[in-house]
Design a protein around this ligand. Sequence first.
Ligand code: DGP
Length: 112
Amino acid sequence: MSDCLFCKIIAGEIPSSIVYEDDTVFAFRDIDPQAPVHFLVIPKAHIPSCGAVTPENSAVVAHCFEVISQVTKEQGIESFRVVSNCGEQAGQSVPHLHFHVLAGRDLSWPPG
Ligand code: DGP
């Protein structure tokens, strides 16, 4: 989608610190890290949020989780949190489905 920030990052129009990339999934470091490890895993296809996942597009969501499992293993990260904010009230600021992966410090629960 031409006016989507994360689509522009995937296209390389906006630079990012790439953590992983394949044909359907892209991962890059968050610009405003909330933990020593904080990267985002996103489908290359423009899916606005978790609320827009359907039987037709959900395969890439499973693949995002395979990537999360692979990258954390490669980085020696044993304990981590995955978060996806859906909608403004939940704190979603970029309307392109993304999974935050956070690690490297104690993470409180429940979140604020
Ligand atoms: P959320 O608030 O859940 O929609 O998360 C969006 C995240 O995207 C937020 O943690 C900051 C990150 N972000 C926003 N703009 C950029 C950018 O231009 N580059 C990178 N690397 N991250 C960004």
